[in-house]
Design a protein around this ligand. Sequence first.
Ligand code: HEM
Ligand SMILES: *[C@@H]1O[C@H](CO)[C@@H](O)[C@H](O)[C@H]1NC(C)=O
Ligand SMILES: *[C@@H]1O[C@H](CO)[C@@H](O)[C@H](O)[C@H]1NC(C)=O
Length: 332
Amino acid sequence: MGRRFNFSVILILSFSLNLFLYPRIVSSELKRNYYAKICPNVENIVRKAVEKKFKETFVTVPGTLRLFFHDCFVEGCDASVIIQSTESNKAEKDHPDNLSLAGDGFDTVIKAKQAVDEVSSCKNKVSCADILAMATRDVVALSGGPSYEVELGRLDGLSSTASSVNGKLPHPTFKLNQLNSLFAAHGLNQLDMIALSAAHTVGFSHCGKFSNRIYNFSPKNPVDPTINKTYVAELKQMCPKKVDPRIAINMDPITPNTFDNVYFKNLQQHKGLFTSDQILYTDSRSRPAVNAWATDSNSFNKAFITAITKLGRVGVKTGKNGNIRHDCSAFN
Ligand code: HEM
Ligand SMILES: *[C@@H]1O[C@H](CO)[C@@H](O)[C@H](O)[C@H]1NC(C)=O
Ligand SMILES: *[C@@H]1O[C@H](CO)[C@@H](O)[C@H](O)[C@H]1NC(C)=O
């Protein structure tokens, strides 16, 4: 009797210790099958709409992925980034730092929402924030990245202001400590940050975001000494000094249209585009993860799934803090 009692005490203790050590493995607010009764086919409907858009343009992939990141880092994953400015409110997306978010990301969410709302039982029952989370999962898989189950149950936010963007997003000039502290503020650790940075395996950057690294890095070194010399020559050719600010180039020079671990192989060859990319290899604290994921794409995929799932839990709105928007770009 006494033994059994002790045994269950140990079980309870170790169970609560696990909860304490790994508090983020299960989300308290989100569920994988959240829409099972509300709109059971929602994930198929969204995937079909995203596939259709993907066939029209590859920008669907980086556009959607980056939109999700920026949504979650400013006021939580609540689709606040999709709100259009009005005469009385300058919305998040019109902050000068609005990061040239590609219109195709917004369009992906709007089209998927339309497809969902065409099913009468689903109409106005699925949040734009969840549609963005599903679409992000779909674009990663469509471009060759890992497949994962997405957690759902977010509500759409009730505010979106350009001023709320200040200081919330990382800058391409950031070094490791700055990256770590910004990500830590959202419950993401260094490994999560490194895994998520690999999103730069797809998509474009405007020349102005990194021109300091190839033209005026420091008084002593006009070129950042951590960039590959061959790559510098290519970058200078694509981005001459007086380049049209609208010119954008692939961030992954090797496999720009595939979501893969070549991002990390590029860092090993000193072909990271931004300081914030290359620092992950230069800094000895983050280099082991870069080396590991450059050689083992399975372990990268696992880390990415963990990190993007945690990203999707940032600042989730429930109850009175949100609603289900009828039009993703405007408050009800
Ligand atoms: C770690 C810190 C990060 C910094 C400093 C950063 C910065 C940037 C910058 C400056 C651009 C180029 C924007 C332009 O010129 O138009 C960019 C593009 C992009 N970023 Fe990041 N980013 C970071 C992390 C992330 C994360 C975590 C994700 C997603 C999970 C992400 C996804 C993307 C994508 C997909 C693009 C390409 C967008 C397109 O082609 O339309 N980034 N990022
Ligand atoms: C980003 O902001 C600028 C003005 O700061 C605006 O001209 C541009 O249209 C915005 N981009 C998007 C995608 O909303
Ligand atoms: C620079 O890139 C070339 C391939 O383009 C590679 O062979 C070389 O090892 C790289 N150099 C460094 C220092 O990483």
